[in-house]
Design a protein around this ligand. Structure first.
Ligand code: TRP
Length: 336
């Protein structure tokens, strides 16, 4: 008997906006994947077709955004030799499985998904009307199920916000297995309880849509400008006023990126022995030292499009090999 194969893990991220990732993406998802890549057979999918569910009117912006995501992945430490980094659109098996799964997915399951309801309300509030809520948007969780099941993944590292999507994936897998025979493991969400919640510069959760994010690609002077404008303890006006590091964006970021040194600075802050200006100055240096190698690596990758293409095609080839095997079983099970 050969050694048991390692468990399979699939993760996905949408290329939103320009595709550039921020510290919240890094700490909330990527950091976890980088850790997991050593222990699992891992597939990291950049879900460019999913991006069409809301960006169909700017389809041409999606490919460059996907490349930014890939560059940020690799620059942050995902290793394309250990884990398959690829675009969803390069592996057509996702589309075939999506079509088949769509036939066994009850409409009610999709209509009940909270993210669908939210997106629909958002679009309607913007006055975009019914015509922008597409069949594809409703089917988003079904395509996500195909992303996962086409690799017969056991584990899916996701944030808590993805629980409903994962639940539908599990229901679809069970339904398929009941109808046609056991093909799919029922995948489990792997929710990392320890991930740091990264505050944005305005104190809310760091998010592209809040315009409060520090990006991995922000040049040093942009990082400095953002930190200088970041929210601190509102009642700390003078240096001698006591700070509340728990309520201060600058102190929170320091804890994440200076896990040893932050303690003293927090004590001094609380005691009114240091001011926000000093906190900010030091954080700017800490963040820039952290981001420097990431910025350099991503620049190298983006400056050499052929190399990035090669990495993505290599990732797609490995993904396709696994996906094709699943599809043979799926077709056989269904009698096609
Ligand atoms: N819906 C996920 C998100 O918004 C992205 C995604 C698509 C995904 N397919 C996936 C995540 C498969 C995990 C597995 O973050």
């Amino acid at each position: 008997m050969s050694a048991p194969a390692r468990k399979r893990l699939l993760s996905g991220m949408q290329p939103t906006g320009t595709g550039a990732l921020h510290l919240g993406n890094l700490e909330g998802a990527l950091r976890n994947w980088i850790r997991l890549q050593n222990d699992y057979e891992m597939y990291c999918c950049i879900v460019d077709w999913h991006a069409l569910t809301t960006r169909f009117h700017e389809a041409r912006a999606i490919a460059p955004a996907s490349r930014q995501v890939a560059a940020d992945y690799i620059a942050s430490g995902l290793d394309p030799e250990r884990c398959a980094i690829f675009l969803q659109s390069h592996v057509k098996e996702h589309a075939e499985l999506h079509l088949l799964l769509s036939m066994i997915t009850p409409l009610g399951w999709l209509e009940r998904v909270p993210t669908f309801k939210e997106k629909r309300e958002l679009m309607e509030a913007r006055g975009e009307g019914d015509e922008t809520v597409s069949y594809g948007l409703l089917g988003y969780p079904c395509l996500q199920a195909a992303d996962i099941l086409v690799y017969r993944a056991h584990l899916v590292p996701v944030g808590r916000d993805q629980a409903a999507h994962l639940e539908i994936t599990r229901e679809i897998a069970r339904r398929f297995n009941r109808l046609y025979g056991e093909v799919f493991p029922v995948p489990e969400a792997l929710i990392d309880e320890q991930t740091a919640i990264v505050p944005g510069v305005d104190g809310r959760k760091m998010s592209k849509s809040y315009d409060n994010a520090i990006y991995l690609c922000d040049p040093p002077d942009v990082v400095a400008e953002k930190v200088r404008n970041a929210f601190t303890t509102p009642t700390k006006i003078r240096k001698t006023d006591p700070g509340v590091p728990e309520n201060c964006v600058v102190c929170q970021l320091r804890r994440i990126y200076d896990p040893e040194g932050y303690r003293i600075s927090w004590e001094e802050d609380r005691a009114g022995a240091r001011g926000c200006l000093q906190n900010k100055k030091e954080l700017i240096d800490i963040l820039n030292a952290f981001l420097d190698p990431i910025r350099r690596r991503r620049e190298e990758l983006l400056a050499d499009p052929a190399e990035l293409d090669r990495i993505l095609l290599h990732g797609a080839e490995r993904a396709r090999a696994a996906a094709a095997e699943t599809m043979q079983q799926v077709r056989a099970a269904m009698g096609f």
